[in-house]
Design a protein around this ligand. Structure first.
Ligand SMILES: Cc1cc2nc3c(=O)[nH]c(=O)nc-3n(C[C@H](O)[C@H](O)[C@H](O)COP(=O)(O)OP(=O)(O)OC[C@H]3O[C@@H](n4cnc5c(N)ncnc54)[C@H](O)[C@@H]3O)c2cc1C
Length: 462
């Protein structure tokens, strides 16, 4: 072991890399972490955290609108985008400092540089040219926004990286994409008062989510004034001074002050020296190919988080990083269970889901019962807001096991986190029914839906 400068070299100081470094150092390993941008990675610096702060900020306008029905007379409110940005930047800087301090406190050493592999045990620090020999290497380099085809005018298009630093609030914005990042920003800007157009190539937004959720969210966004154009793509973006014209494949065009693409993310595998070390890429996903314990094609090199392009979520990267460190340095083999990962979309209204969609359940199970309700939330009866909540349970009709839960409405993400525990424990519909309602809440509907709204039975093949 004397041959090595460190026991573990972590490339990337994001959610997964930081967790792995701290836990490995806690197990007594000599750890070095390289970060080329800012400690904390995508989630803290330009992902989940600043986005959630924007979501909260944009909700305020709706609260003000809703207040009148409760008797509040609020003088015309004004909003200052630069204040939001400055306060968000302050909070992100605080978190970055906390991440840095926590890694250093664990005993791991941070090096602020891009790091690349030279061979299976050697990493080069590009800032200094120094070579570090490591017994194990963990690649936790995350992912980056994908702009898609090089259409004319692509240089005018911003991604989720730049959107957090716009000097002013765009009065009109075009967002291409139908996934959670595109829709979250569509709702954020709509909440701040911008005119928003969403462009998506498929026939409906939120591919991969339950079809009822997809229809419901789209209808609610449209009620909120967001224009959702599906079945078309952006073919060209022209700029005339501060105005952009976005040309669409259906022949129409939209004028705006900003154009953003959120059409997917690719794993950060380029120019990392993977070939020199013999690390294989998964040809299907484009991410680093790994086994169940996050080990790559090279015995001492592991990869976790978004760079493996498995489930691109912060808690997954953290869990994978922790499991890696426990397994390799803590002498406790831990495998991450990727089933039933709860997911949210912080749109307006919010989406929370865990488990199977109705379509997935019908593919995998011969008897599927659906319990579904939509209703006007109690707050709307006073605020007058035209909105509805959706709650849906997908149940295995043979075992009574609840396979999936889908919610669209206020606090859906908070609710689904708790429901995910029940589903992970394989709760049955009878368990949900036996649970007393908590009144008056929206979530009580989850334990009071008695009669299936649909029952799907697949005949056994002859
Ligand atoms: C706008 C947005 C919103 C999101 N919202 C959510 C959400 O609400 N909930 C959720 O769970 N997930 C969300 N995500 C996804 C989440 O941010 C990622 O899944 C998570 O950050 C992945 O962690 P990671 O450790 O794999 O990579 P990252 O956090 O991306 O960290 C990788 C780090 O490696 C560094 N790096 C890359 N290459 C090198 C190199 N060669 N040398 C040194 N350093 C390098 C990068 O600078 C980066 O800091 C969001 C993402 C985005 C973009």
């Amino acid at each position: 072991m004397a041959d090595f400068d460190v026991d573990l070299f972590v490339i990337g100081g994001g959610s997964g890399g930081v967790r792995a470094a701290r836990i490995a150092a806690g197990h007594g390993a000599r750890v070095m972490v390289a970060e080329e941008y800012r400690m904390g990675g995508t989630c803290v610096i330009r992902g989940c955290v600043p986005k959630k702060l924007f979501v909260m900020g944009s909700h305020v306008s709706r609260e003000i609108e809703d207040a009148a029905g409760f008797g509040w007379n609020i003088p015309t409110a004004s909003f200052d985008w630069p204040t939001l940005i400055a306060n968000k930047d302050k909070e992100i800087a605080r978190l970055e400092a906390a991440y840095t301090a926590n890694v250093e406190k664990s005993g791991a050493r941070i090096v602020k540089t891009r790091a690349v592999l030279e061979d299976a045990h050697s990493v080069r620090l590009l800032a200094t040219g120094e070579m570090v020999r490591a017994r194990y290497i963990l690649i936790a380099t995350g992912g980056a926004p994908n702009h898609g085809a090089m259409i004319p005018g692509i240089e005018h298009v911003i991604s989720s990286n730049e959107v957090f630093h716009l000097p002013e609030l765009p009065r009109r914005i075009v967002i291409q994409g139908g996934g959670y990042i595109a829709l979250e920003f569509a709702c954020i800007f709509a909440g701040f008062g911008s005119d928003v157009t969403v462009i998506y190539r498929g026939d409906n937004i939120l591919r991969g989510f339950d079809d009822d959720v997809r229809d419901h969210v789209r209808a609610e966004m449209e009620k909120d004034g967001i224009s959702v154009l599906t079945g078309c793509t952006v073919t060209k973006v022209d700029r005339h001074r501060d105005e952009y014209t976005t040309h669409l494949s259906n022949g129409s065009s939209v004028a705006s002050d900003k154009v953003m693409f959120a059409i997917g993310r690719h794993p950060s595998v380029a120019n990392l020296g993977l070939e020199k070390a013999g690390v294989a890429i998964n040809p299907r996903s484009g991410g680093i190919a790994v086994d169940h314990s996050s080990r790559s094609s090279v015995e001492n090199i592991y990869a976790i988080g978004d760079v493996t392009h498995r489930y691109n979520l912060t808690p997954v990267a953290i869990r994978e990083g922790h499991a890696f460190a426990d397994s390799v340095f803590g002498h406790r083999k831990v495998q991450v269970d990727h089933s039933n990962i709860p997911t949210a979309v912080f749109s307006q209204p919010e989406v929370g889901m865990v488990g199977l969609t109705e379509a997935q359940a019908r593919e995998q199970f011969s008897r599927v019962d659906i319990y579904k309700t939509t209703f006007r939330p109690i707050k709307s009866t006073m605020s007058g807001r035209d909105t509805r909540v959706l709650m849906k349970l997908v149940v295995d009709g043979s075992s009574d096991c609840v396979l999936g839960c889908h919610i669209v409405g206020d606090n859906a993400a908070e609710i689904i986190q708790a429901v995910a525990i029940a589903i992970k424990m394989k709760a049955t519909k009878a368990d949900f029914d036996a649970t007393l309602a908590l009144h008056p809440t929206a979530a009580e509907e989850l334990v009071t839906m008695r009669t299936p709204t649909a029952r799907h039975v697949r005949e056994a093949a002859e």
